[in-house]
Design a protein around this ligand. Structure first.
Ligand code: HEC
Ligand code: HEC
Length: 438
């Protein structure tokens, strides 16, 4: 492993000692030494381990340590968990009505599994399989959603989308004991109609999803009308959360994160608001998702690796969300000139409108709580790409603003990211018009 670096370094040292000009040291290949390789990933446990060690940007937070302690170890840790290709089917209106009446799910519909006989051999086949995993593979049996089915209109109130007579983001599946139960899928938070085609896709997240409302209803409480004594409890946090956000940091503090849009993710240098993964390709995403499935199901089972690779191939294939406004008005053109001539491009560098630059939590000045958290904090917030930004509200890691106008309002109370606030009213108007066209 070390040889590729050692030789040039040695040459450089010898050359320097001999007084010669130093030969250039080649840049390491960013994929070195583990390029994207589905067969290695599926068959060789050491491959995923190497990717994990290579791509976590901070090895000390609890998200990283939990994975480093257990993932990709031969015959021990998570490698020894039973692999499950979960048999499942859609949750239909008939199931919802049965659950509401306190009856079991009608179980005559066929349950399907996902693992193919052979590994896919084309990108298209990987993507097709991954789409199915995204919409069909349940993360875990979930008592919250089972209870939500017994609340009138509970699924609508919580923001679950429909697809015909089925519900997006929930599946009926067979648990380890052979019982039919309900669980959530990736589509719960990450799928909504694609603005280009109207088809359900993770290009843009499901911003109606309000898991706070789901939790409160499941507990028999009324969102927006909690007894005051619950205000400083977990229920109070669920009530404050709002749609399009989840608190994924297991640190006891209230740290909501806005759902990221997965369209265009293939181009992003970092994953997660805290940039706690360096993103080097499908392998990064496959390991990230494989470990998510394991932790989501409380370390009881693991997903077949062919499915986690397919899942990663699927959402990596999605284009960035399209601009909100197609036509570039004179105002927007003026805004573009201002943007290109400003500090914005140091961080939001065209054409991706992001960059690898590390931005410390204190430098950007937004709520520091999540960025510094021991749970998955790195001390940084990543620079979001601004492609399709007119459609990706709420803005900032915690979804602090519902509109660009609110984010660039100099009178706002929310601290941080003050770039642009000192521009004239006319310049800010032009800036916003421009942002809606990218
Ligand atoms: C309950 C809602 C929810 C569910 C279900 C969910 N996610 Fe997420 N997802 C989030 C949130 C919140 C984040 C932001 C986390 C962070 O920044 O640390 C996120 C982040 C991500 C990211 C990183 C995106 C980026 O731009 O950095 C990927 C990829 C992702 N999720 C894929 C999935 C997949 C695949 C599944 C199914 C296995 C899934 N998610 C299930 C809420 C959810
Ligand atoms: C020092 C680097 C830096 C500069 C300069 C900068 N930004 Fe940002 N920008 C960030 C970071 C980091 C975030 C995310 C902060 C967070 O999540 O708390 C962000 C977030 C945003 C968002 C919200 C996007 C989303 O999806 O949540 C917009 C819009 C934005 N910036 C536009 C601009 C504009 C316009 C300028 C110039 C006036 C600018 N930025 C200057 C680093 C920068």
């Amino acid at each position: 492993m070390i040889r590729a670096f050692r030789v040039p370094l040695l040459l450089a040292t010898v050359a320097a000692l001999a007084g010669c000009p130093e030969p250039p040291i080649p840049e390491p290949d960013p994929l070195w030494p583990y390029g994207d390789d589905p067969v290695e990933y599926v068959e060789n446990v050491h491959y995923g381990r190497a990717v994990l060690e290579r791509d976590l940007t901070d090895h000390d937070n609890s998200y990283a340590s939990r994975r480093l302690d257990r993932y990709g170890l031969e015959g021990t840790g998570w490698s020894s968990l039973p692999v499950r290709d979960v048999p499942s089917r859609s949750l239909t209106d008939v199931d919802v009505a049965a659950a509401f009446a306190g009856e079991p799910f009608p179980n005559d519909a066929r349950l399907t599994t996902l693992v193919p006989d052979e590994l896919p051999t084309t990108t298209e086949a990987w993507v097709d399989l991954g789409r199915r995993v995204f919409f069909e593979y349940p993360l875990r049996q979930d008592s919250t959603y089972a209870a939500l089915l017994t609340v009138e209109d509970g699924l609508d109130q919580a923001g679950f989308l429909r697809d015909g007579d089925t519900r997006v983001g929930l599946r009926v599946f067979e648990n380890d004991d052979g019982d039919l139960v309900v669980g959530n899928t990736c589509a719960q938070c990450h799928a909504s109609p694609d603005p280009r085609t109207g088809e359900l896709s993770p290009t843009l997240a499901n911003r109606q999803m309000d898991i706070g409302v789901a939790r409160l209803l499941a507990d028999g409480l009324t969102p927006g009308d909690l007894p005051p004594e619950l205000d400083s409890t977990a229920a109070g946090d669920w009530d404050r959360l709002g749609p399009g956000r989840s608190d994924v940091l297991a640190d006891g503090a209230f740290n909501p994160y806005a759902y990221p849009d997965l369209g265009g993710i293939a181009d992003l240098p970092y994953l997660h608001h805290n940039a706690n993964w360096f993103h080097r390709g499908t392998a990064t995403l496959a390991v990230r998702c494989e470990t998510l499935f394991i932790t989501a199901n409380n370390e009881r089972t693991r997903i077949p690796r062919v499915l986690s690779w397919a899942l990663a191939e699927y959402y990596r294939s999605l284009e960035a969300p399209p601009p909100l406004v197609d036509e570039v008005s004179d105002l927007a053109a003026a805004g573009e000139a201002l943007f290109l001539d400003s500090v914005c491009v140091d961080c939001h560098t065209p054409p991706l409108y992001t960059s690898e630059r590390e931005v410390r939590v204190n430098e950007i000045g937004t709520d520091p709580s999540a960025g510094g958290s021991f749970a998955r904090g790195t001390g940084n917030y990543r620079i979001p790409s601004l492609r399709g930004v007119g459609r990706t509200a709420p803005y900032l890691h915690h979804g602090a603003f519902d509109t660009l106008e609110a984010m660039f309002d100099p009178e706002r109370d929310e601290p941080g990211h003050e770039h642009g606030l000192d521009w004239s009213d006319a310049d800010r108007e032009a800036l916003i018009a421009f942002l809606k066209t990218i």
